[in-house]
Design a protein around this ligand. Structure first.
Ligand SMILES: Nc1ncnc2c1ncn2[C@@H]1O[C@H](COP(=O)(O)OP(=O)(O)OP(=O)(O)O)[C@@H](O)[C@H]1O
Ligand SMILES: [Mg+2]
Length: 261
């Protein structure tokens, strides 16, 4: 696949308890794109991200990387901001840089830079508890960006936020992506969010976790608050919703399975 950073070739993931989390997945993440995995709970989205990150191994097939396999190349943002509550914001963002032995002066500079990028330059000295949920998520994004990852993985980062905050962070994320020219692989349940953010959506179905449809979104689709009500935006949303509903309809009635968090 040309300019793919990561490619899955017929990848399967079988957990020890017998759950087939992924089956026959072919997927490529291309440089510069905003790729979203959209699917119902339990369809293997997080598993796919963990395989991309190299946090887990495939049971079958191959995961091919063009990215150097070293810490910091891939940034990961989880659904919960996972900040250290006892440490100030700038220390939270500094930690991965320290672990990577980035020289102190450069590290401080980078912390200031990424906090400014996410609009929190005034909050370096605050503690996480003094920040709103949306601000904490911004810190978490800043922390992931501090290592200047070539690929940013985001697992339902905005799911716990109210809609207004979520919309604002969607816009922030698109701006950051443009400014940093980074590649993003994103996971969400939300059709609307996936269409708003992505250049390409992979719709997934569960049991076994698999890709059922690819939706390529015109990069020229306007991404602003007015665009959320536009005809072309709604057309994409309808298409993604149909793909999701089609995938769900394939399930046997008793298929609602157990889920390990
Ligand atoms: N460590 C594990 N051991 C066993 N089964 C697992 C493990 N992690 C996930 N699973 C199972 O694999 C399937 C896919 O899980 P995964 O977490 O990747 O789904 P998901 O699409 O991210 O779901 P959600 O939207 O709820 O986060 C589920 O059936 C889940 O129960
Ligand atoms: Mg998940």
């Amino acid at each position: 696949m040309n300019d793919a950073l990561i490619s899955f070739h017929d990848v399967g993931k079988l957990y020890r308890n017998g759950t087939i989390a992924l089956a026959h997945v072919d997927l490529a993440i291309r440089a510069g794109e905003f790729l979203t995995l959209l699917g119902p709970s339990g369809c293997g989205k997080s598993t796919a991200l963990r395989l991309i990150a190299g946090l887990e191994k495939a049971s079958s097939g191959q995961v091919e990387r063009v990215l150097p396999h070293k810490p910091g190349t891939i940034g990961f943002v989880f659904q919960e901001p996972t900040l250290m509550p006892w440490a100030r914001i700038h220390e939270n963002v500094l930690l991965p840089l320290r672990l990577q032995k980035v020289p102190a002066r450069e590290a401080r500079q980078r912390v200031a830079e990424v906090l400014a990028l996410v609009g929190l330059e005034e909050f370096g000295k605050a503690y996480p508890r003094e920040l709103s949920g949306g601000m904490r998520m911004r810190v978490s994004i800043a922390r992931a960006l501090a290592l200047r990852p070539a690929l940013l993985l985001m697992d339902e980062p905005f799911a716990a936020l109210d809609e207004i905050t979520r919309f604002r962070l969607n816009d922030d994320l698109l701006r950051l992506k443009k400014e940093l020219a980074t590649t993003i692989a994103f996971v969400t349940h939300s059709v609307f969010e996936s269409v708003y953010l992505s250049t390409r959506i992979m719709v997934m179905a569960a049991r076994p976790g698999r890709i059922v449809e690819e939706i390529v979104i015109d990069p020229a689709l306007p991404r602003d608050q007015d665009a959320r009500a536009s005809v072309s935006y709604m057309d994409y949303c309808r298409r993604a919703s149909r793909a999701l509903a089609g995938a769900a309809a394939e399930l046997p009635p008793q298929a609602e399975g157990s889920k390990t968090p």
